[in-house]
Write a protein that binds this ligand. Structure first.
Ligand code: GTP
Ligand code: MG
Length: 345
């Protein structure tokens, strides 16, 4: 399913909205015969301007409200992820306030159009239209904070990855700075992923693809990069870590747990093992495999590898040691992932 916020486009601020509506109104022309009396011409001209301005504002505000999906109605993964990224109550309130001004605008239109009918001198039409524009401006200006808020959350929501529920999701998880992004970048199409020597570089879920022609079909896999996790209780996790937990819990079909057996990532091996065990116990149904990968092969000593192997109770064959800097053995990771999903079919 495509990211439900994909069509959440830039939201204009109050000044921009008013400019567009008033300009359009002033450019509009009423249908009136050339030899009609000046008073009739003035009434028609100004009523057209009022109608055009208010219709433009109502249409645009409705457009804004409609392009923001209702978080509560989204599928679970998107709903929970969006709730982590934005305050959904604030968003609902915000849209409710915008919606609330629509009948007010319509009422102003009705009121002043009927006043316009009663005028006896042409210049009074101009005065009424100015009054309407003034009232409308103050109503729209009061919504500026709401409009700006919508714009401010838009970027975060549009970054939510589009998940194809038809094909498997393989998630790279682990402590910060262990090389998760380097691995996803190497084995998938997600080539613009940011990789840095410091922890917490990845702050959201990023999806890449891996397509393999096998036998007579194309196998499509989704490879997901996730933010680093610390070894700590869920209640202490921040919203960035919680995104990773959410993906593991709700959409993973296979988890590659990336270890850095060396101290170079900044998180000692016992805390990485605790994290691995915690994920294994708490988050996974029995049919989702958590597969350990030992990265930073170039830096890891035999002693460090043996310690980790022993702690995890791994036999030798079930171990992939990688170097994500050079790509060494990452083809084994690719093969492992592909074989796993060929067998299922
Ligand atoms: N020597 C060595 N460095 C590696 C290896 N894999 C990754 N690195 C380096 O480790 C650092 C962290 O790599 P990332 O891929 O950003 O790690 P990450 O797990 O995604 O980090 P966060 O997103 O911050 O959690 C970068 O400086 C990488 O170049 C490896 O196999 N060997
Ligand atoms: Mg990363």
């Amino acid at each position: 399913m495509k990211n439900p916020f994909f069509n959440f486009y830039h939201v204009l601020n109050s000044k921009e909205l008013l400019d567009i509506a008033f300009k359009k109104a002033m450019r509009s022309s009423a249908k009136v015969s050339n030899n009609a009396p000046i008073l009739i011409k003035a009434k028609k001209k100004e009523s057209k301007r009022i109608k055009v301005a208010i219709k433009e504002l109502i249409d645009r505000i409705l457009g804004i409200i409609k392009m923001v999906p209702i978080i509560e109605e989204l599928p679970e993964f998107y709903r929970e992820l969006a709730s982590l990224l934005v305050d959904k109550d604030k968003l609902r309130l915000n849209l409710g306030k915008l919606n609330g001004i629509l009948p007010v605008l319509s009422k102003i239109e009705r009121e002043y159009l009927s006043e316009l009918k009663k005028i006896e001198r042409p210049h009074e039409g101009d005065r009424i239209r100015r009054t309407v524009f003034g009232r409308v401006s103050s109503i729209i200006d009061k919504q500026n904070k709401n409009l700006e808020y919508l714009n401010s959350i838009r970027g975060k929501l549009r970054e939510i990855p589009s998940i194809d529920y038809e094909s498997p999701v393989v998630i790279c998880a682990g402590a910060p700075n262990v090389g998760k992004s380097s691995i996803v970048k190497y084995i998938s199409t997600a080539k613009s992923i940011d990789i840095q020597e410091y922890p917490f570089t990845t702050k959201n879920l990023i999806i890449g693809h891996l397509e393999i022609e096998k036998r007579f079909e194309t196998i499509k896999l989704q490879i997901m990069d996730s933010p680093g996790l610390l070894d700590r209780p869920i209640s202490e996790r921040n919203n960035i870590e919680l995104q990773a937990i959410l993906a593991l819990r709700l959409i993973s079909d296979l988890i590659l747990f990336i270890f850095d057996p060396t101290p170079s990532c900044g998180y000692n091996i016992d805390s990485q093992i605790n994290l691995y065990n915690e994920i294994k116990e708490k988050f996974l149904d029995n049919n989702i495999e958590l597969f350990p990968i030992f990265n930073k092969k170039d830096l890891a000593s035999e002693k460090e590898i043996d310690y980790l192997k022993e702690k995890l109770g791994l036999d030798k064959n079930k171990l992939i040691l990688t170097n994500a800097l050079t790509g060494e053995n990452l083809d084994l990771v690719k093969d492992f992932v592909i074989n796993k999903f060929i067998q299922i079919e």
